[in-house]
Write a protein that binds this ligand. Sequence first.
Ligand SMILES: [Zn+2]
Length: 577
Amino acid sequence: MPPTVDEMIRKAAVLNAVRHDGKAEPGAVLGNLLGESPELKPKARELMPSVRRIVQEVNSTPLARLNQEVSEKWPTELVREKPEEERKLPPLPNAGKYKTIVTRLAPNPDFVLHLGNARAAILCHDYAKMYGGKFIVRFEDTDPRLKKAQLVYYDMIRDDLKWLGCDWDEEYIQSDRLPNYYAVAEALLAKGAAYVCECDVEKWRRLVAERIACPDRELPVARQIERWRRMLDGGYGEGEAVFRVKTDLSNPNPALRDWPGFRVVDMEKTPHPRVGTKFRVWPLYNMASGTDDHELGITHVIRGKEHLTNMARQLFMYKDLGWVYPDAVHFGRLKVEGMNLSKSKLMKALDAGEYHGVDDPRLGTFAAMRRRGYSPQTIRQLMWEVGPKPVDVMVSWDNINAINRKIIDPTSHRYYFTPDPITMMVSGVEESLEVHAPLHPQHPEMGSRTLRLPCEDGTVTLLVSGSDRSVLVTHEPVRLMGLFNIETIGFEDGILKAKCLGRTVSEGDRTPIIQWVPTGSKVSASVVLPDASERRGFAEEGLKSEPVGSVVQFVRFGFCRIDDEKPDRVTAYFAHE
Ligand SMILES: [Zn+2]
């Protein structure tokens, strides 16, 4: 019998209510109803009184009851995602001024990307896409001493960005562009806007603190150019000469007084991983970054507010050269509760062998999150919520996990996993059993897995989880998922004996329900937890049909990503509950 119109309204109202904290909205309900049943459109006006009445009824029903109604009557509706609300990033400043918006992400390939980089990566990429513009990735690898690039990280960063869905239109590597920076140096020297300083660091600091020009600053342009050539030709050793951009020695902020643009590096000691010992004069951050932002036509510099001082430094150079500084958006820091995102600290700990690698589950790197089964969509959604605001933002793993759960739950197949297993023999079973459990309770179309329990002399043998020990030893009835109720008798030679109480489930049954694995058809499984410890046990054999990389839910345990499969063992990484 087809549903009556009232029943159809009720369905639309209940679904609308469960998606909005128990409060359905008549207009939305009518809209959804007409979307599902367009044949009702001519009657829309007449339907409204019934819609209002039913919505009122529904809204006065406790949310838990509504949820129950949905899972009983329309289980597949629960996971049908509501259309993604039109989320928008606030507009970029002066976007209308430019024909094409160009943004850039400028990672240093001395480490992989991590959650602390998420804001820059997602915002730079997504803003460029939002305006139909261009997203540039620029590897900033011009510090051969302290932030030394490593070849392996160029590719790992590319992998991170591809995973995040931040495909780039152009890529540049600063170590290819040294001649560009040298040309800028010469232009600045020719304008008398820079000088080559021979003072030792201590002396220079002392002078600049007192706002006194060092003796090199006012030497004539020709002498400066001569010294610059000498820097390039190897006439100065490491630390013997610094190219400085003239600013304003009376600037109240000492950090803005005559900043360093280039220095001499002994490349025999620290060869560059890409260009070896080819160059000995290396640009410092502001010189390289400032030059590139201009030459690559960046219209919007979107980066952390810790760069505000750098912008102030670069503005002197831009003015000297007659360049126009891009529009800038400086956002706050993203902190993750209980997680160290300081790159230098992470690198030190990694070097000291405290972690297994950049994808160690204890780290907030994208490599680790990928390995654990996080969706890149989770990171994007979080960054859109956080946006480009200048305030620091603290998020918790609970926030991240709640977003991720919604994304991965609808596609994760379910399996039983029994960590630290206990062998259990259940007597009083009439026959061998074959259980067909759905791969996803809300998606029958995904199919099912089969668990077989051969019965011998009225007894079946299976494994249960060690974490359920406390429930099992109470001798109160316990339900084995999809099977029957049991009552435990006690341990005998390390085996837990129990008897079958039958399959009936009574109304309001509060019997604890636990998962199990058949002893005859199982696979060893170990799960690497977020603290890098391992939990071992057995999973049902069907798990072996999941390819490496798939995310599954171990029922009553949590979401995990299959990391490795051997004929006799599956290894998974734990994401979250
Ligand atoms: Zn000097």
